[in-house]
Design a protein around this ligand. Structure first.
Ligand code: DX5
Ligand code: ZN
Length: 220
């Protein structure tokens, strides 16, 4: 049976001058989760959103906030994003210093915990972490910017992560992030993804197009 695929528009590609309106628009257009890319200008070469913005957006939708933290060190910010209304908090193992402790911290806040693998990070970075994870995020671009091209080599990694998840028998989400569009989405899904982040491909053309853009990612 085909897995349901969740679409998580990345608001990195939204109009930042009207973020609340943009979040309401993607909610109405069929987004399953709202993907929020948090960048610190240090772990990745870009600066974006802090907990204050997440808190301000929270009243605009009931959809889960899928918060992707590209911050190093990350631990000092976990409480702030949890209090701001994050539902899933995803971190990178390189963001350190101790990824297992970071995951325990996220779980202690009552939030879903995710780990993200950069294109150059091997699947075995998940060793000893799977028991506590709710989500694995495979980056199909190097993190930092929207609008980059999907890196094909990551399809093999998605397959390998799918096998690891299936071995556990647990319902761990397998999300793919970067360069997702109507051509790459079915390839990521065929490799085992069950959640897709899409910034450029969601917001292309403005609000009148969001529903058709999201449907196109589902192959509809
Ligand atoms: C990249 C971010 C992505 C990005 C995706 O560092 O994690 O979520 O916004 O953008 P697109 O879909 O444009 O590749
Ligand atoms: Zn992201």
């Amino acid at each position: 049976m085909a897995r349901p695929v969740r679409i998580a528009p990345s608001i990195l590609s939204a109009d930042f001058a009207k973020l609340g309106e943009e979040v309401r628009a993607i909610d109405a257009a069929g987004a399953d989760w709202i993907h929020i890319d948090v960048m610190d200008g240090h772990f990745v070469p870009n600066l974006t959103i802090g907990p204050g913005v997440v808190k301000a957006l929270r009243p605009h939708t009931d959809k889960p906030f899928d918060v992707h933290l590209m911050i190093s060190p990350v631990d000092a910010f976990l409480d702030g994003f949890a209090e701001a209304g994050a539902d899933t908090i995803t971190v990178h193992p390189e963001a350190g210093p101790h990824v297992h402790r970071t995951i325990q911290h996220i779980k202690s806040l009552g939030k879903r915990a995710g780990v993200s693998l950069n294109p150059g990070t091997p699947v075995d970075a998940l060793d000893n972490l799977l028991d506590d994870l709710d989500l694995i995020l495979v980056m199909s671009v190097n993190p930092g910017f929207g609008g980059q091209s999907f890196i094909d080599s990551q399809l093999r990694k998605i397959e390998a992560v799918r096998a690891r998840i299936d071995e556990t028998g647990k319902a761990i989400d397998l999300e793919v992030d970067g360069g997702i569009d109507p051509d790459t989405a079915p390839r990521a899904i065929a490799a085992g993804a069950d959640a897709l982040v899409a910034g450029t491909a969601t917001f292309r053309g403005g609000p009148d197009h969001y529903a058709t853009n999201i449907a196109a990612l589902r192959g509809q």
